[in-house]
Design a binder for this molecule. Structure first.
Ligand code: NAD
Ligand code: UDP
Length: 313
């Protein structure tokens, strides 16, 4: 039984990861400051003797006996990470330093949840890991993008200077049950708007693209990455390469829900990337043929069921 620390464990992705690792027979230490996380995401795990929750902020040092660390703590949606931009940078950078320090002291393996945002508004399509990106360092998204880029730098240098065993994954847009209902991300917004019969708010002309990954596929990719041989550190893209325009997403959600909602267009936020699609060749090669299994309609169906259930609460 491994003792595994999951920072950001009460969040959307973290809660699914904790659930899966617990099922695999590990001891889970779930750390969260509940900024965007919710105890309801993990309440069903609390009966297990092998699941422990700590309220803690990763910008402060943390000490525990652990074998592996998944570092997810960081607000992920534009609304939340822009709410306190300085805190977002601190969470990414000081959080990485504190968790890498812990990994160094305990000789623990550590995985960083990085992001496709390190590619910014990409000039290369699809994005391979070798692409350095096109990021505005002083824009609305920069607290998140540059924080995550600096965290990658820290990970690589803790490995080079201190032999810390690191893994970096770059996550592309992920959705599923337990997304925060008010985080403004496109999938949760469209589903809630369609369920409530409200207008569907497409920003810009809706021709910008994203590639949407269902959360179970991400969790599988994360665990496989952690279990690779030490020589493989990434960064590795984990995402679903099926690319859709935002307008297509809106139409699909309306169809699946059978909603009467109408699409309206609102201004496009600053620095909104025009297109995004992962090149997953490296993940397929290094992660035993890993590739996403759940395609958009099935994933949306499961997510819609979740949002129906929270509207009944
Ligand atoms: P989320 O907001 O649901 O989860 C983040 C969790 O971290 C929350 O529980 C929050 O309370 C916690 N947290 C935030 N700041 C903290 C701090 N200072 N100390 C301790 N805990 C803190 O977001 P998510 O979608 O689950 O994202 C998880 C990770 O995956 C993030 O690092 C995010 O950057 C990365 N990621 C997610 C996506 C996606 O599409 N969901 C895409 C790329 C990268
Ligand atoms: N978006 C939209 N309507 C919404 C929320 C988002 O059209 O109600 C668009 C947004 O402008 C972006 C895409 O959907 O082009 C994905 O936005 P999200 O915030 O989910 O993720 P990110 O931009 O970080 O990929």
């Amino acid at each position: 039984m491994k003792k595994i620390l999951v920072t950001g464990g009460a969040g959307f992705v973290g809660s699914h990861l904790c659930e899966r690792l617990l099922k695999e027979g590990h001891y889970i230490l779930c750390l969260d400051n509940y900024f965007t996380g919710d105890k309801r995401n993990i309440v069903h795990l609390l009966d297990s003797h092998f699941f422990e929750v700590v309220r803690h902020d990763v910008t402060m040092p943390f000490y525990a006996e652990v074998d592996e660390i998944y570092n997810l703590a960081c607000p992920a949606s534009p609304i939340h990470y822009q709410d306190n931009a300085i805190k977002t940078v601190k969470t990414s950078v000081m959080g990485a330093i504190n968790m890498l320090g812990l990994a160094k002291r305990k000789n623990a393996k550590i995985l960083q949840a990085s992001t496709s945002e390190v590619y910014g508004d990409p000039k290369i399509h699809p994005q391979p890991e070798t692409y350095w990106g096109n990021v505005n360092p002083i824009g609305q998204r920069s607290c998140y993008d540059e924080g995550k880029r600096c965290a990658e730098t820290l990970f690589v240098n803790y490995h080079l200077q201190n032999d810390v065993r690191i893994k970096i994954i770059r996550i592309f847009n992920t959705y599923g049950p337990r997304m925060h209902p008010n985080d403004g991300r496109v999938v949760s917004n469209f589903i809630l708007q369609a369920l409530r019969g409200e207008d569907i708010t497409v920003y810009g002309d809706g021709m910008q693209t994203r590639s949407f990954q269902y959360v179970d596929d991400l969790v599988e990719g994360m665990i496989r990455t952690m279990n690779t041989e030490d020589a493989f550190m990434g960064p590795v893209n984990i995402g679903n390469p099926n690319e859709f325009t935002i307008l297509q997403l809106a139409q699909t959600v309306i169809k699946l829900i059978g909603s009467k909602s109408k699409v309206i267009h609102l201004p496009l936020p600053a620095d909104d990337p025009l297109q995004r699609q992962p090149d997953i060749a490296l993940a397929k090669e290094k992660l035993n043929g890993w590739e996403p299994k759940i395609q958009l309609e099935e994933g949306l169906f499961r997510t819609i069921e979740y949002f129906k259930s929270i509207l009944r609460r």
